[in-house]
Structures are given as C-alpha cells and as structure tokens.
Design a protein around this ligand. Structure first.
Ligand code: FNR
Length: 359
C-alpha cells in the first residue's frame, strides 16, 4: 500500500480498494441523480471563513451534548451494517468512539446487537430507530436500549420508504450475510426480508407516521428523544411542539429525496426557528475540519459523520475510525487557530460568509 492517508477523502480511496464493489457503492451512493449527495459536499465549498485575529495559544475543542462531555463536536452518525465493512462491525466503531471520547449513534440496522455494542466499550451511545408498523417492536427496541444504558433515542423521520439508490439496484445489492447475523436487531421485525432492504423497509416501517406518534414515543421513554431528518423551519417548530429534546438537521446523506437541499444550506433556517430551545445537531457532507467549523458558525451544537466513519472502518477497522475522527479534530483545531477562536463558544455567525450574505 502507498502512503498513509492524510485526509478523509484519502480514507475513502482506501475503503474503495478494501471493499467489494457492491458494498463500496452501497456506502458511497445517494438517491437517483445524486444531486443532493454532491450538494451536501459542494455547498460547504461555497461558504468562506472570515478569520479573526486573537490569542489562540490554547485551543479547547470540548463541548457537551445533552449534558455529556465530549472531546470535540464530532459524533458518529447511525449507519447500517458495519460488518459489511469490517468483521468487527459496530463494536469496532463504538470502541473508536470511546477512545476519541465522543458519542456514537447506533443504527437500528446494526450487525452487532444493542447489548453487544454497549458492553464492548464505555462510549456514550445513542440508539437510532424508525417507527415500525408494529409499535410493540418499537417499544421493545427502546426498552432494550434503555436497559443496557444508551443515553438517548434518535428517531429518523425521513424514511417513509427507501430512497431510490440506483447503484444498489444495478448491483442487486442484497446484503447476503444479513440473514446469518443472529444479533441483527431487525430480526425482531423481519422474516425473509432481511436481505432485501427495500422490501424490509416497505413491509416494516410505518409510512403513516405522524406528529402524534412521535408524542407516543416521547411518552414511552424517559430517555431524551432526538428527531433526525428535519430540513425546514416548519418541521423544526412541530418537533419542538411534540416535545423532542433535540433536532438533527439531516437529509440522510442524500440517500432519500434527491434535490432535497444541502443540509448546510438549511441549517441556519432551522437554528433560527428553534431559538435555542433544544440543541440542533447537523450531518451531511462533513469531510474537513473547516466543514465542522462552518456548521458550528451557522448554529450547530455538534456534527455527525456518516460515510467518513464507515470509510475509516473499511480501510483500517477500529483504528481507521479513530484516525478519521482525529483528523477532523486536528483540522478543526487548525481552523480555530487561524480564525481566532480559542474555544467553540468563540465561533460565531460572523466567522462565515455564505452565498446568502453576498446577495
Ligand atoms: C446512512 N444513514 C442512516 N441514517 C439512519 O438514521 N439510520 C441508518 O440506518 C442509516 N444508514 C446509513 C447507511 C449508510 C451506508 C449511509 C451512508 C448513511 C444516514 C446517516 O446517518 C447520515 O445522515 C449521513 O450519512 C450523513 O452524511 P455523510 O456524513 O455520509 O455525508
């Protein structure tokens, strides 16, 4: 192998070499023309940083999310089926989160069990779910997560059905191993659909999910409830009305509705509507520390990374995930030093210039 990767994009190249084409395409791909997938990254490139000059001899990246102290505002987003990327699956990812002292959100479609991941490390873990047609399954999953110490529930709301991911369709992506994973969370729901993701989603997820149902979920758990997949101020306000404890601005990494706006272009709209009532987290297109800085300047409390963590995992297992997080932390630290921001609180709206500011 050549030189060691020095940034996230180079980790992606290593992941591409390490993975069977079908799995790499699955991880990388977006919906239809992949316009939103590209925009998530490119919209960051249209935002410039306004560096200020100040004492930056000591820089502190630490912050808290829902009261949990983390070493930097970079968390791991829920992504499905880590064992397709690495034999240790989500256990490796969670251990990397623990050693970087950050939070991992475990996907409902984890290939290690909720319990296994919890007992493998001391990371702060959140658990992500969808609303199943069968509410007893949703309730049981929440209860399992509560019992083994997960600190929050993340309800993803942008998936009434699966986005049209054409690479998966062409490759006939069926995740063949899934049926053999005894611990697969979805085996509580699924029968023979376990290997066909589209059929699984169609048969199991509740497309009639409404704000009332979110109120129900709120009522069955004492854990904080975050809602993931909000991209408008209207939905942000509704979410607050039903009592969520946090909002994740996300378009599922461009895998659901193509031509949904880049998440960084709508972050401020959501932040302005929320008015500090609950924390606003962000994901979509983070590939550099400068991206993290820009999202914080536009009001995110922290960001989550989806593909970058999976690329790290595919390329180098637990160590790869760790190195991806460390790289982003180093780059963020550098950006703060160049921008006169010794702490995250010093990063302000004034530190970025968006296209909107120019018009
Ligand atoms: C995802 N995402 C996702 N989201 C979720 O709520 N539950 C899930 O199971 C998954 N699974 C999943 C698999 C893969 C392969 C990807 C790439 C993404 C979406 C994820 O949480 C996050 O919103 C995006 O990945 C963020 O964009 P970036 O960081 O990948 O650009």
């Amino acid at each position: 192998m050549g030189a060691e990767p020095v940034n996230v994009n180079e980790f992606e190249k290593l992941a591409r070499q390490a993975l069977p084409k079908m799995f790499y395409d699955h991880y990388r791909g977006g919906a239809e023309d992949q316009h939103t997938l590209k925009e998530n990254v490119e919209a960051f490139q249209r935002i410039m940083i306004r560096p200020r000059i100040l004492d930056v001899s000591r820089i502190d990246l630490s912050t808290t999310v829902l009261g949990y102290k983390i070493s930097a505002p970079i968390m791991i987003a829920p992504t499905a089926r880590h064992k397709l990327a690495h034999p240790q699956g989500e256990v490796a990812t969670a251990r990397a989160a623990a050693s970087c002292n950050t939070i991992m959100v475990l996907s409902y479609m984890s290939t290690c069990t909720i319990e296994e991941v919890a007992s493998s490390c001391n990371a702060v873990l959140f658990f992500q779910i969808y609303m199943y047609k069968r509410r007893d399954i949703t309730a049981k999953l929440v209860q399992r997560a509560e019992t083994c110490g997960y600190k929050a529930i993340v309800l993803t709301v942008d998936t009434p059905r699966l986005g049209r991911r054409e690479a998966d369709i062409k490759n006939k992506m069926i995740a063949p191993q899934l049926k053999n994973f005894e611990g697969l969370i979805s085996t509580e729901v699924s029968s023979d659909d376990g290997s066909n993701v589209e059929a699984f989603v169609r048969n199991s997820f509740d497309a009639s999910l409404s704000w009332k149902d979110i109120g129900w979920l709120r009522s069955i758990t004492k854990l904080p409830l975050l809602i993931k997949g909000v991209v408008t101020h209207e939905d942000a306000l509704k979410a607050i009305e039903v009592g969520v404890d946090g909002i994740i601005v996300s378009n599922h990494g461009g895998r659901q509705l193509d031509y949904a706006p880049a998440t960084i272009s709508v972050l401020e709209e959501v932040v302005d509507a929320v008015k500090g009532k609950v924390p606003v987290l962000f994901d979509g297109g983070i590939r550099r520390g400068t991206d993290v800085f820009k999202a914080l300047a536009l009001g995110a409390q922290a960001v989550l990374i989806g593909r970058p963590a999976v690329y790290g995992l595919a390329a180098k297992g637990e160590d790869g995930v760790k190195r991806v997080i460390e790289m982003l932390k180093d780059e963020l630290e550098n950006t703060m030093a160049f921008s006169g921001c010794p702490t995250l609180k010093d990063i302000s709206r004034n530190h970025v210039r968006t296209q909107h500011d120019i018009l």
